[in-house]
Design a protein around this ligand. Structure first.
Ligand SMILES: [Zn+2]
Ligand SMILES: [Zn+2]
Length: 338
């Protein structure tokens, strides 16, 4: 099979011929149809992540495809079924987090493409129990990125506690942000989209944002305060200053939810105002299997749209360049069907 391989950090990926692995007990072999490119991938392949997988390895952690073979003891998946795989490759199922619906916090979790080959390839082996069925009316090119970007945005909107009538600032209209705009709208929020790129703001408006602010030209804090302040702000821009601005734009009792992961990992939070104004700061990482199923259902029902750009795997380095430079609007996805 063909796979995109990281040979060394900060070197272009190489398309290589690799053997197809056999699924072990509890695993399935998937012929991948689509694999999404995530901001985390870009950092991982550059060695700019807290965990550095040992090259050579295959990156990619949001994929969709068809089960070809099942390993021993697999009863819940069958050959021919279309499934998706996300960042959460496995969790223990027995710890306090797993038992209380918080499997993304499982201390023993394994993540797709960390310590095992990922999904920028024609085939992959995955844990059967962590594959989520893809509805028949959902395109695999949509399902793949939704298994990471979708669940992350969905989890962010839930973490932000968006309720009907809330003024919700979504900061950064990229792969995650353009989905967060839609999910927060479905949840009943009135959306203010903030970005530094007019094209992305136009997309946000098309997707339901009531207001847009170009943070390069006008001050989003002032704009939001004039509206009374945001009930919730979701920071999907990898920029610590943008997170600080989002904090400042909240009304008393407001909720800041951090999603994007900037290189400069530190923001300043004023303690006195946080305490006296009852502000909360929350984090939202990847989602659970239930989140994946919920997101698939939303999109299959036509309640939200993924904006994506289709690439072929041999163009993997161009795709990484586009995403790394912040030029991609929506999500980059590799079409792996020959
Ligand atoms: Zn991801
Ligand atoms: Zn666990």
């Amino acid at each position: 099979m063909k796979a995109a391989v990281v040979k060394a950090f900060d070197q272009p990926l190489v398309i290589e011929e690799r053997p197809v692995r056999e699924p072990g007990p509890g695993q399935v072999l998937i012929r991948l149809e689509a694999s999404g490119l995530c901001g985390t991938d870009v950092r991982l392949v550059r060695g700019d992540w807290p965990v550095r997988p040992d090259p050579p390895y295959v990156p990619g952690h949001e994929g969709a495809g068809v089960v070809i073979r099942t390993g021993a003891d697999v009863t819940d998946r069958r050959a021919g079924e279309r499934v998706a795989v996300g960042w959460l490759g496995w969790a223990c199922g027995a710890c306090r987090y797993c038992l209380t619906g918080q499997e993304t916090l499982c201390p023993r979790q394994r993540n797709t493409s960390l310590g095992t080959d990922g999904l920028h390839a024609e085939y992959a082996v995955a844990e059967a129990a962590f594959c989520v069925p893809v509805p028949a009316d959902l395109d695999p090119l949509d399902a793949a990125p939704l298994a990471c970007a979708g669940v992350t945005a969905h989890r962010a909107v839930r973490t932000a506690g968006v309720r009907t009538g809330d003024l919700v600032a979504v900061v950064g209209i990229g792969g995650d942000g353009h989905l967060a705009v839609q999910y927060a709208e479905v949840a009943g929020g009135t959306i203010i989209a903030v970005d530094v790129d007019d094209d992305k703001l136009e997309v946000a408006r098309d997707l339901g944002a009531a207001h847009t602010v170009n943070a390069r030209r006008s001050d989003p804090v002032r704009y939001l305060r004039e509206l009374g302040g945001a009930h919730a702000a979701i920071v999907a821009a990898p920029d610590a200053r943008a997170a600080e601005q989002a904090y400042e734009s909240l009304r008393p009792g407001g909720r800041l939810t951090l999603v994007a992961l900037p290189h400069d990992d530190t923001m300043t939070v004023p303690i006195l105002r946080t305490a006296l104004r009852g502000i909360s700061v929350r984090g939202a990482g990847a989602g659970s299997r239930a989140d994946v199923a919920d997101v698939f259902a939303l999109h299959a029902a036509g309640r939200a749209t993924l904006i994506r750009h289709r690439y072929r795997l041999p163009d993997v380095n161009d795709a990484i360049g586009e995403l790394g430079a912040g030029r991609a609007i929506g999500r980059v996805v590799f079409d792996l069907r020959s």
